[in-house]
Every structure is written in structure tokens, then in C-alpha cells.
Write a protein that binds this ligand. Structure first.
Ligand code: SF4
Length: 368
């Protein structure tokens, strides 16, 4: 464990948390920096809290990712996905392409289409709405999980209207829920280092609260492992916990481990080679213990591969995320876990853990 907490103190703290004690930031940092056998003690406590709060089922959603373009005006240091106009591998789907991709997704029986793109130079608020309309045309009835606070801010600014107006337009176009991405680390000093072109913490939080207030739920995420400290990770969790206290609009928390290989931050020596396995395990476990007001924690097999994701299901996670037929963002950054995770393989994972697999909707209703 840490120099500041012995085994007895750790045991007492974990028992207190299981009994309902809300972790302080300082306690969160001490758990997140656990080493040796203490790591497994934290994971075991998180697993018990998972069982009490979310039950035994390992859930998943049948979905398809749809990246409309990789053109982006930003150059976030951790991103290997964005391209400039004229780059040989830049792409931009037409609205007909989007409609066709949505149709194909529907034919595969998905219940969710997740669409996030770059901040393309020519996009306006109307463009993001038109993309959703094309998805809706191609796959009526399928839940559209789309955008994020950064896209909302960009679309609104490009069209000269408020973010509330932008959210309203997206909802009219079929938006079912907002992605909680573009959060990265919600600490401005870190944002200035890894994504200086992105909206600041207060603006991200304001747009999320606004969306929740309009009845648009969202996920919550963290992109960790690009060199931020344990205290900064906990500060991020603190921002999310406070928002959830106020709105109750987060459906789940998704820890996203930094995929480093093809990103400018790593290549220029300004970031480590991602989080270690110990950090991955503790990020999920401590999130389960710290976020006492978010029911579901996802193990992202896209970022970590199915084997490590399986271990996270023993450390506080209860959800395996999507089947994801197509995902360019992780592979562009050098990750290898992308593609498609067959529900049959998910059954094997859950069975191996002695737990049932259950299909869910985006909003965590069960699908028979
Ligand atoms: S993370 Fe998003 S906003 Fe940043 S460069 Fe990549 S695509 Fe653009």
C-alpha cells in the first residue's frame, strides 16, 4: 500500500466505504496509489460494492460506431485519429454514406448507433443535426448515442447560437443520449498540456449539466494514463461525482486507458507509454468506490483487450460496453483491441466468471 496507510487502516477504510462512507479526495488518492497485495484488496472491495449496487449480470449493448470524418481543426496531443484536409488518409462520409451505414447497422440488429467525429472545418451546428437525421432515416428506432460537449460547443459556435439551442436541435434530429467524451482529465492544467484546443473543465461541466437538465442523459468518461497524477485523476472523479449529485444524468462511467503508440504526445516524449496494468485495475476499482452515485462502470475491451477487461469485471466493473463493429479512434492511436466482440465470446467471459451475461439498451433497460 502507500507509505501513509498500513494494512489495518486500509481494511478499516474499505469496510467504511462498503458501509456507505463517501471517500474524500485524499482517501481516493491513497487507494489509487496502492501497490502490492493492497491492490487486490481494493479490487475485492470494489467487486463487493459492484455486486451490491449493480448485481451479478455482466451487461453489454449491441451497437455500432460510426465515425463520419477524421478531419478536425484540433490537434490534441493524445489523438492519433485527426487529419487535415489533403492528408492522404483523411475521410469524410456523405450523408448518403451515413444513411447506408445506419441501414447496415440496423440489419445487424444493433440497438445503438454511436457517432462521434472530429471537429471538421466546414461543419456547423446544422451539420451535426443532419448527421443524426441521416442515422435516424437509415435506422429508425435505433438509439442515437452521439456527440459530446466539445462537438456541442463547436457546432454552436460555428452557427452562432447557444449550446442549449444546439442541444435542442440535436434532440429534434434524434439524439437519444450524449457521449461523455472530450472529458479527458477535467483539470485545466492537464487540459492545457494534452488538449489545449479543447473547452475547459467548467465549460465541459456546464454543457453536461445543461444537457441533463434538458432530459438528455450522458455517459461519463476519463482518458487516463497520459502523464497526469493520481490526485488529478481523483479531482476528475470529484467533478463527475458533483455533477451526478446535482443532475443524476450519468448512465455509466467509462474509464478509457490512453493508447499511446501513434500519438504526438508520446512520440515527442511528453507522455509515458500509457497506464500500467496495476493502474488500469485501480482506475476501475477506485472509480467504483469513489463514484457512489453512478451505478454502472464499464470495462472497455476496445482499449484494453478482452482479457484485461475480464479482470476489470472482478474489480468493480459490471459492463462490457458495446459489440462495436467499427471503431477507428483506438486503432488510429495504435491500439489493437478494436473490431468486434461477439456476444458468444462475451458469454464465454461471463461464464468463466460464474456470472450471467445480459444484453442492455444504452440506458440500461434489459433486452430479452
Ligand atoms: S481528440 Fe477529438 S478534438 Fe482532439 S484532435 Fe482528436 S478528433 Fe480532434
Amino acid at each position: 500500500m502507500t507509505q501513509t496507510m498500513d494494512d489495518n487502516a486500509l481494511g478499516r477504510l474499505l469496510a467504511d466505504v462498503e458501509g456507505g462512507h463517501r471517500l474524500t479526495a485524499e482517501e481516493g488518492v491513497s487507494l489509487l496509489t496502492a501497490t502490492g497485495p493492497a491492490v487486490l484488496a481494493v479490487a475485492a472491495a470494489a467487486d463487493r460494492v459492484r455486486a451490491a449496487r449493480a448485481g451479478e449480470a455482466v451487461t453489454f449493448v449491441r451497437n455500432q460506431n460510426l465515425n463520419v470524418t477524421n478531419l478536425c481543426v484540433n490537434r490534441c496531443g493524445f489523438c492519433g485519429f485527426s487529419r487535415r484536409e489533403g492528408d492522404p488518409d483523411a475521410f469524410m462520409l456523405s450523408l448518403d454514406d451515413v444513411r447506408e451505414a445506419a441501414r447496415l447497422a440496423l440489419s445487424r440488429g444493433v440497438t445503438e448507433i454511436c457517432t462521434v467525429s472530429g471537429l471538421a472545418p466546414g461543419f456547423t451546428g446544422e451539420t451535426y443535426a443532419a448527421i443524426l437525421e441521416a442515422c435516424h432515416d437509415g435506422a429508425p428506432g435505433v438509439h442515437l448515442h452521439a456527440g459530446n460537449p466539445q462537438e456541442v460547443a463547436y457546432g454552436a459556435a460555428r452557427s452562432g447560437w447557444s449550446t442549449a439551442e444546439q442541444l435542442g436541435l440535436l434532440r429534434k434530429a434524434g439524439l437519444g443520449s450524449l457521449c461523455g467524451t472530450a472529458a479527458e482529465i477535467l483539470v485545466d492544467s492537464v487540459r492545457r498540456r494534452i488538449c489545449p484546443g479543447k473547452i475547459r473543465t467548467a465549460e465541459w461541466a456546464r454543457i453536461i449539466v445543461e444537457a441533463h437538465g434538458m432530459g438528455i442523459p450522458s455517459t461519463a468518461t476519463i482518458m487516463y494514463g497520459s502523464g497526469e497524477s493520481a490526485a488529478e485523476r481523483i479531482e476528475h472523479l470529484g467533478v463527475l461525482r458533483e455533477i451526478q449529485d446535482e443532475t443524476g444524468g450519468f448512465t455509466e462511467f467509462v474509464p478509457l486507458s490512453y493508447i499511446h503508440a501513434r500519438t504526438p504526445l508520446y512520440r515527442s516524449g511528453r507522455a509515458p507509454a500509457g497506464a500500467t496494468g496495476r493502474e488500469d485495475l485501480l482506475m476501475t476499482a477506485v472509480a467504483r468506490l469513489f463514484l457512489d452515485n453512478i451505478d454502472h462502470i464499464q470495462a472497455s475491451w476496445v482499449k484494453l483487450g478482452a482479457k484485461l477487461a475480464t479482470l476489470l469485471l472482478l474489480a468493480g466493473a459490471d459492463d462490457l460496453g458495446g459489440t462495436l463493429y467499427e471503431e477507428h479512434i483506438t486503432s488510429a492511436a495504435g491500439g489493437s483491441g478494436e473490431g468486434y466482440l461477439d456476444p458468444a465470446e462475451m458469454v464465454r467471459i461471463a461464464t468463466d466468471l460464474g456470472r450471467p451475461l445480459a444484453e442492455r439498451t444504452t440506458l440500461y433497460a434489459r433486452v430479452d
